[in-house]
Design a protein around this ligand. Structure first.
Ligand code: ADP
Ligand code: MG
Length: 697
């Protein structure tokens, strides 16, 4: 049977949607009726009861229903002209003044005598309470207003050109037309085991809840559904991987021991543990898919190097991909020297970045293709079509959070099921990691090499930054080095923050007179960047003024001072990464965050930096402050597409969804049983890219 009204019906076939509205829907990613039904309210208003104006409490966000008594428009000149619309409203209990800034059109729109619902924070000015920039809705006192009044009402983020009222009407219409045709793709068993509402009831209650309790259940069902769809491909991939034949690397224990014994340090227990895990994986015939998590400075590179050596000694090629050129070069130099001093077969290492010229590139391509290059270290230049391996046996991706999911999966495709090791210094809490990277095995380095000093982190106000410079100068006098990082290269009129370029000139003349300063940023030519980094490394420079090009991976143990200016402009994990550039030697190090942070969020971030040194703790804080969507960023997996599921607050639900996904796939690994077909269809609608995963085998 085919449905008369399939959910993928384009949005323009809905009543009330002309080309203009269609366009603004599309801008929000709403193309079909399906998308619209899954466009959930941002919040709700319980319009069965309002707060009386006389009962309003200062400082709280509240909803009132009132009539407009009077309005005035005022203009004042501060730095810029400010237009103020002030409206006095009243209900049976009292009056309230409501103020909007720079929305002069409200003057016409708000009519004396009309009824409003107002939602906003109550502030006190002297003895009087006021609501500033309230969200409001004009309500009609006559006619049928059952969607908008006397119930729990959904409030949406509005597409352009819509009011809450007309969006509600359209969604209600879509629900009425299409809900009767919907089959629940979650089978009864799963629903009943997990106490979930059915789909029809959930969708209708997420938009127009019959009561708060049902809304909550609807929410839970839809969040579960999201998690479940999100976990299925991960679980599927994990199962497929077990079936997939990979390379069984030959482990020469003697050789690894030899290499390790020649290192200038002893491996930490954690490093040894993860090396064992990786070696075991590489020896097995299944293709390795391993995520290596470890805080900045925990020594992941040497682990990766060992994995490469294992692959190479068995006659395979290994590729190491990193996000920046500076880092690629650093790895290239360090790994080359480490490998050169070890015994065994001679290893040919190549560096491939996009700054190589055409001729150089072609030469490297040829080496790779003919199998004369054993280890290829590079940036995303490795992904180019011309890069063809002879027999790629291992792929290592460093600082994976800097790559998109798509990019990450491209390199392994250049081999025949090579082993894959993904490394990250943006650790996430273990339970989350297991569920979010459900298709990967996880290794964790949970200790730093011994003798690492604590890094002293201080938060300084703009006017106290001299103190920071003093500390830095003291370090330089001791023969150590410093970084001074700015959020931007150049200043602009729009942003009132100092830029690296001008500050470099200034600091050179002034605070750091007599010291040798360098300037590095992303707009310099690659050779110039490299040259400055080399100078810094060789201690020809005392301090480096820079932008965040330094953020990842740079390893210079003699650097003991990191100053971050306008620190509120950086994210928490970014700050932690920056701080990770110091404290790599034995000396006490400093991280000086300079900021007159204003917002709560920025304050929370900087406070977390001062309080915590451990990357795992920092990540937890970061997740808390920003929420998972922001935390994982658009570069990360489908998580950001979660519309309502929040893996932090709904960890239980997420875990249950994962269990159900694994349970289902054990019974029906290809989702081919009749009862699972609707689910399969839904899954492919959501993640078309998994089509292949389904048909394999
Ligand atoms: P990250 O995990 O941030 O990538 P690196 O691999 O760059 O860290 O290592 C940081 C520094 O620690 C490097 O200088 C490295 O040589 C050194 N290192 C790594 N392992 C050890 C160890 N077991 N003992 C002492 N130093 C180590
Ligand atoms: Mg690293």
């Amino acid at each position: 049977m085919t449905l008369k009204k399939p959910l993928d019906t384009p949005i323009r076939y809905l009543k009330g949607i002309g080309p203009k509205r269609e366009k603004s829907f599309k801008r929000l990613g709403i193309n079909s009726v399906d998308d619209l039904l899954y466009y959930f309210p941002r919040r709700y208003e319980d319009r069965t009861k309002f707060t009386l104006i006389a009962k309003l409490i200062e400082g709280q966000v509240q909803t009132v229903r009132a009539k407009i008594l009077s309005k005035v428009e005022r203009r004042i000149f501060r730095r810029r002209q400010l237009n103020i619309i002030e409206v006095v409203v009243a209900d049976a209990s009292s009056k309230l003044s409501c103020v909007w800034f720079n929305q002069p059109y409200l003057k016409e729109y708000l009519k004396i005598g009309s009824s409003l619902i107002l939602y906003g924070k109550i502030e006190r000015y002297g003895s009087r309470l006021q609501m500033n920039s309230a969200e409001f809705e004009v309500i009609s006192d006559s006619g049928d207003d059952s969607l908008n009044m006397a119930r729990i009402v959904p409030i949406y983020t509005l597409p352009e050109g819509f009011t809450q009222r007309n969006l509600r009407k359209i969604i209600n219409h879509a629900l009425n037309e299409y809900l009767p045709q919907i089959n629940d793709f979650l089978v009864y068993d799963i629903r009943s085991r997990n106490n979930l509402l059915n789909l029809v009831k959930s969708l209708s209650n997420i938009h127009f809840p019959q009561d708060a309790d049902t809304q909550k259940q609807a929410y839970e069902r839809l969040a579960f559904e999201e998690f479940f769809l999100f976990q299925l491909p991960l679980a599927l991939r994990k199962l497929r991987k077990r079936e997939k034949k990979g390379i069984s690397h030959n482990i020469d224990a003697e050789l690894s021991r030899n290499f390790i014994s020649r290192l200038p340090f002893k491996l930490t227990q954690a490093q040894e543990k993860v090396i064992a895990e990786i070696a075991l994986d590489m020896a097995s015939s299944a293709a390795m898919q391993r995520l290596l998590q470890g805080d900045v400075g925990s020594g992941k590179t040497i682990v990766a190097t060992l994995a490469c050596i294992i692959a190479i000694q068995g006659g395979y090629q290994a590729a190491l991909m990193v996000p920046t050129e500076i880092l690629a070069r650093q790895h290239f130099e360090k790994i080359s020297s480490q490998i050169a001093s070890s015994q065994g077969k001679e290893v040919k290492i190549e560096l491939l970045t996009s700054s190589a010229n055409k001729k150089e590139k072609e030469k490297i391509y040829k080496q790779i293709k003919e199998g004369r290059a054993d280890l290829i270290i590079g940036t995303h230049a490795l992904l180019e079509e011309e890069v063809v391996f002879k027999n790629l046996g291992l792929v290592v991706i460093d600082e994976q959070h800097k790559f998109g999911v798509g990019q990450r999966s491209l390199l392994p495709k250049k081999g025949f099921n090579p082993d894959v090791l993904i490394m990250t210094a943006t650790p996430i809490p273990r339970t989350l990691a297991i569920t979010l990277y459900g298709d990967l095995d996880i290794s964790i380095i949970n200790e730093l090499p011994p003798g690492r000093p604590v890094i002293k982190t201080l938060l300084l106000k703009e006017k106290e930054k001299q103190q920071g410079y003093r500390i830095a100068r003291e370090e330089l006098r001791q023969g150590r080095q410093a970084f001074i990082v700015y959020p931007v290269i150049e200043e602009s009129y729009a942003l009132d923050i100092a830029g690296a370029k001008r500050m470099y000139e200034e600091l050179k003349q002034d605070e750091f007179r007599g010291f040798k300063l360098g300037l590095v940023h992303g707009r310099l030519k690659q050779e110039e960047q490299d040259e400055i980094m080399r100078k810094f490394k060789d201690r020809e420079l005392d301090a480096l003024v820079s932008t965040t090009v330094l953020e990842v991976g740079i390893d210079i143990p003699n650097a003991t001072c990191m100053i971050v200016e306008s620190a509120e402009r950086f994210g928490l994990s970014q700050l932690h990464q920056l701080r990770g550039r110091v404290g790599r030697g034995a000396e006490t190090s400093f991280c000086l965050l300079i900021s007159d942070c204003q917002t709560q969020e920025a304050k929370a971030r900087l406070a977390a930096m001062v309080k915590f040194n451990d990357g795992f703790r920092i990540a937890e804080e970061d997740l808390k402050i920003r929420g998972p969507g922001e935390f994982f960023g658009s570069r990360q997996h489908g998580l950001t597409e979660l519309k309502i599921g929040n893996p932090l607050t709904q960890m239980q639900l997420l875990r249950r969804a994962r269990e159900e996904a694994l349970r289902l796939l054990k019974i029906d690994p290809r989702l081919e049983l009749k009862q699972d077909l609707p689910l399969k269809k839904r899954l492919l609608q959501r993640f078309p890219e998994y089509e292949k995963l389904m048909v394999v085998g």
